[in-house]
Structures are given as C-alpha cells and as structure tokens.
Write a protein that binds this ligand. Structure first.
Ligand SMILES: Nc1ncnc2c1ncn2[C@@H]1O[C@H](COP(=O)(O)OP(=O)(O)OP(=O)(O)O)[C@@H](O)[C@H]1O
Length: 569
C-alpha cells in the first residue's frame, strides 16, 4: 500500500474549500483525488450534501470507483459521494429530470447517438453535403452559444447560428439531444430554471473535477453557473496534457482557476511513473522541474529515436516489440501510438469492411468479432443495424441498448445473435455474396420475428431492399490469411495518443511525421506539442520516437540535444 507523499497529503487534508491542483504527469492524481473526496465527505459530517468526483472518461471513472472502494470506508457518511463522468452527472441531475421544460418537449429528454432512423430529418447543411446532427458541436464565447463541426482535417467550421439553432431546437421539441447538444441544454436549463440550479448546489455543495484541462467552453459555463450559485468546485489536472483543442479545451480554464479569490492553489510535482531520463525529457519539453520518484533500473531504459522509411513502419514495430521484450518489459502493457485513428487502424491491420448501408454494419461487426475478439464493438454495430430495421423503435432505444440500461429482453436477443456464427451473425470465412448474404438475410428475419414476439416491436417492410448484397465480395468476407494474421497484425497494441491518455505503459513507440516530431521537440505551446508530451509521459521505462528517414538529418541534432539516443530498426 502506497503512502501519500507530503504534497499529496496537503491536497488530501486541505480544509473544505475550492482547490486548484496543477499536477504533473504520473503524480498520482487518482490516488490523491479519491482520498480528497473521502476526506471532504468525512469533514462534512452529517451534512446531507453529497460530494461528487467527476472526470471525462468511463475508464477514469471505473478506476476512481475501484480505488475509492479499496479505501474500505463503510459508514453512511462516506456513501454520500458520486463518482461519474461530467456528462453522466449533468444527464442524471439536469437533463433527464428537468431539461424537457426548457426544450419545449412533452416528455423526458433522451439521448440519440446518430444511428436512429428519424434523425434523417435533422441534418444540417454544410458545403458540399448535409451532415448528421451528431456531428454538430457547440461552443460558447463572448457572443453566446455557437454551433460548428469539424471536417476530415479536424478544421472547425462555424455554422450560421440561427439556422443551426433552428435544427437543434426542433430536435429539442421532441425531447432529443446528442452528446454535444446535451451540454448546451444543461446550460440552458440551469439558466432558465434558477430553482433547479439552487437545488443542485444544495445537493452537491462540493464538486471535484479531475482531468480539468479537458474542460471545454460549454462545460466551463456550466461550472461557472454552479460556482456562482455557491458550489465549491475544485479542479485537478495538468494543463500540459490539454489535447482536446478541437473541443475548445486547451487547459486555460484550469491554469487560471488558482488565481481566483477564495481558491487555494496547490501543486503535485513528484512523478511516480517514469524513469529519470524520460522525466528529464518531459521536464525539458514542459519547462518544469518535477522530481522522479523512481530510480534508473539495470535494464535498458530511457529515450531513443529511430528513423523509418515510408514503407518500413511494420518493420519498425517488429524491432520495437523485440526491444521491449529484450528490456524485460511487458508487451501487453506497451503500445505503439500514433496521432490519428486512420494511421493507427492501418498499422493495426484494420481494413475497411465490405458491404453497403446497414449490411456494412453487419460485416464490420462480424470482422470485429472474429478478427479482434471485440464483442462489445460487434454488439454495438449489430444493435445499430437492428434498430434501423424497426419501424417503431422508441426514441433513445439505441443509446439505452448500448449503455446497458433497460431493454433487457432486446439486449439478450441481440447479444445472442452477435455471439453465435452458427445461428446468428454469419462467420467471415464464408463467401460474401453466395453464402454470407443469404444466411444473414434469413437469420435477421428470424431475429426480427423473435423481437416482434418478445418485445412487441415491428420490423420494416421489404427487408431485402434494406439488406442488399451490394459491394460484398465474391470470395470470403475475410480471407483465412487475414484471419490468422500474425504475419500482418502486430502483437503489440497500436492506438492513438488520445486513447492512451491517463494510462501508464511500460514502453511507448510514438510514430511521427516531421511536423509531429518538430512540435514535440518545441514543447507544449501547441496542441501537437502537447500530444507529443502525453505520448512521452505515458512511458514508464522506454520511449522510442519514430521519425521519418527523410527528416533525420534535420531532426538529429535537436534530438541529441534533448538527450535522445539514436537506435536502428
Ligand atoms: N504516494 C505514492 N507512492 C507511490 N506510488 C504512487 C503514489 N501515488 C501514486 N502512485 C503511483 O503513481 C502512478 C501514476 O499515478 P496516476 O496514474 O494516478 O498518475 P496521473 O497523475 O493520473 O498521471 P497522468 O496525468 O500522466 O495520467 C501509479 O502507478 C500510482 O500507483
């Protein structure tokens, strides 16, 4: 059992007041935040109010809950805490019970995820084609709320506010909101119904927010509403890890919070994760002087750069895997990280699935199930396919199905179909057009009949035209070589930096192009620089930076200056 360090103790034991905690990477934010949560709740004694610890990802929430449980606090007082994502918190406290009045709806507000058929009437116009409502994002600036979307290059385009608001409010009148619009409706509800805001603050007199560098502009306004109504808000996070600029989160809110009157400003500056050479690099990039808790091990460790040619990334990954094992590190606790999802998918061997329309969802699901054993992902895709084949799917059904709430009977039927290649979703080694497609058609019909019997839901007419064989291959859906795939599928996880945020990894290979490498070397002032910083600070023992061979001559001197050693693939 770890003991809190002196600086962690200062945070945990601070009096009940708003805190700003700027914490370096690997400084034990989880450890500290759950103990702070328990401590505040203890100090509130018999006060009826609850204390919330909120973060941004479900993974973070699960980790917090487990760590809180492990504290073994069993008194009633300690049960008056909530650990959730910020979005779940606003959904259960504001959106579901109260937002419908502000939205002008007749029924409880419900989340839509984008696959629902009725959303076809709620697109928004962009150049050159209309986009689905779940692509619409919301921000708030001095001029109030604005609506925007990001294109394939992650560039943000603002929409005409009146036109966008018209679609949002039309959708609102039937009670529906997307993830992004939920935050907008929460802010509007708290502004329109001050009694709800006051009640919320009575219920939650103190709220702690972790990963506070990820607070975007709409969340920020909601937090300001809570603060102005008397809620004590504490923020904990690392501004150098603000990598959601596209969602208007750049860490500035956290950086400035400690300067407010009445906010106690503290820091965590001891890194428990990384060996000294990796921390030296991180310190250099961020202009910090954090202290390493770990000592250098006897095995190979530290920061290395390696050049790779355009077509050599697979070879580089193989070399990295070898280096990880040679250093006595765990391959399953290490990763190759890239900037973009497309590149990560390509290197991980995830090719596009064949098929068209709803059928493509089913082929994708079959591939996820058989090639990657990703049953959860396969279930979600099958659920989208099935919901789109129902005429009277109730609003919000897809979100309920995928978030594991309610609709138990339907969930069970879809799970059984997803899991079973013999009776349900056919297997990917079958011939796409000749075998897989007729089987799919028959079995989906059987499933829909069962859904009608058990759940009273009716399916669409002309199933054949919804489930066409267009774009399916004449050969196997996926070839045997693809399925067995060790020859092309790396043994190590390949993922994006965004996905690995918050994790500790034994070894990291960060694959860059020239711009990404240069941004990393230039520090944390740009978002690409901060993405590099997050990649570096995930690594416990070994960090490899993959740089394009064509840029090696330009990059080498700077990398050597930063303490990197050169190695070869
Ligand atoms: N007081 C302590 N003594 C020893 N180890 C600790 C202590 N506090 C935390 N740790 C360990 O430090 C490691 C890093 O902690 P954690 O993952 O919470 O970091 P973090 O602050 O969230 O980092 P990041 O922001 O980079 O994701 C964990 O392995 C944790 O067990």
């Amino acid at each position: 059992m770890n003991h809190p360090s002196e600086e962690q103790t200062q945070v945990i034991d601070a009096s009940v007041e708003p805190l700003s905690v700027i914490a370096c990477a690997g400084s034990g934010k989880t450890f500290t935040a759950v103990r702070r949560l328990a401590n505040i709740r203890q100090k509130l004694g018999n006060h009826r109010g609850r204390v919330a610890l909120l973060s941004f990802s479900n993974v973070a929430v699960d980790t917090f809950r487990k760590e809180y449980q492990d504290l073994g606090l069993s008194s009633n007082v300690n049960n008056r805490v909530d650990i959730d994502t910020l979005d779940t918190f606003i959904t259960s406290n504001v959106l579901r019970p109260h937002a419908y009045r502000t939205m002008g709806a007749q029924q409880t507000a419900f989340l839509v995820t984008g696959g629902e058929a009725f959303l076809k009437g709620f697109t928004f116009q962009t150049d050159p084609y209309p986009r689905a409502i779940n692509e619409m994002q919301v921000g708030i600036d001095a001029g109030g709320a604005y609506f925007c979307y990001s294109d394939i290059k992650s560039e943000i385009h603002r929409l005409n506010t009146a036109q966008a608001a018209d679609v949002v409010h039309r959708l609102g009148r039937i009670g529906a909101y997307t993830h992004n619009l939920g935050r907008y409706w929460c802010y509007r509800t708290l502004a329109d119904q001050p009694g709800i805001l006051r009640a919320l603050v009575r219920r939650y007199p103190h709220i702690l927010i972790d990963e506070a560098q990820d607070i975007g502009t709409v969340h920020q306004v909601i937090i300001e509403q809570l603060v102005s109504a008397g809620c004590q808000v504490s923020l904990i996070g690392d501004p150098n890890q603000g990598i959601y600029e596209f969602a208007s989160a750049d860490g500035a809110f956290l950086s400035k919070y400690g300067q407010r009157d009445g906010v106690n400003s503290l820091e965590l500056k001891r890194n428990f994760r990384s060996v000294p050479p990796i921390l030296d690099l991180a310190n250099h990039l961020a202009g910090r002087t954090d202290a390493a808790d770990r000592e250098a091990p006897d095995t190979v460790h530290g920061t290395f750069f390696v050049a790779y040619g355009k077509n050599d990334s697979e070879q580089l990954i193989v070399s990295f895997q070898r280096a990880v094992e040679a250093a006595g590190l765990r391959l399953e606790r290490s990763a190759v990280l890239c900037r973009g999802r497309k590149q990560a998918d390509k290197l991980a061997g995830n090719k596009g699935a064949p098929g068209w329309g709803i059928v493509k969802r089913f082929t994708q699901a079959a591939i996820l199930r058989e090639r990657f054993k990703d049953y959860q992902g396969a279930f979600r895709l099958v659920a989208i396919g099935i919901v789109n084949l129902l005429v009277d799917a109730p609003n919000g059904m897809l979100a309920k199905l995928t978030s594991q709430r309610e609709d138990q009977a339907l969930r069970r039927l879809i799970w059984a179909f997803t899991r079973n290649p013999d009776m349900g979703l056919p297997g990917v080694s079958l011939n796409g057009k000749a075998q897989w497609h007729p089987l799919l058609l028959n079995r989906v019909k059987t499933l829909l009949a069962q859904i009608n019997k058990d759940c009273g839901l009716t399916s669409v007419d002309k199933l054949g035209s919804k489930l066409t064989s267009r774009d399916l291959p004449d050969g196997p859906l996926l070839s045997a070589a693809d399925l067995n795939g060790n020859n092309y599928r790396p043994r190590i996880r390949v993922d994006t930096v965004h996905q690995a945020k918050g994790e500790s990894l034994d070894a990291v290979l960060y694959l860059t192009n020239k711009e990404h490498a240069e941004s990393l070397m230039n520090g944390v002032d740009t978002e690409i620089g901060r993405i590099g910083y997050v990649a570096v600070t995930r690594a416990r023992n070994l960090f490899w930076l993959g740089v394009p061979a064509s840029a090696l001559v330009d990059l080498r001197p700077g990398l050597l200056d930063l303490g990197f050693q050169e190695t070869e693939a």
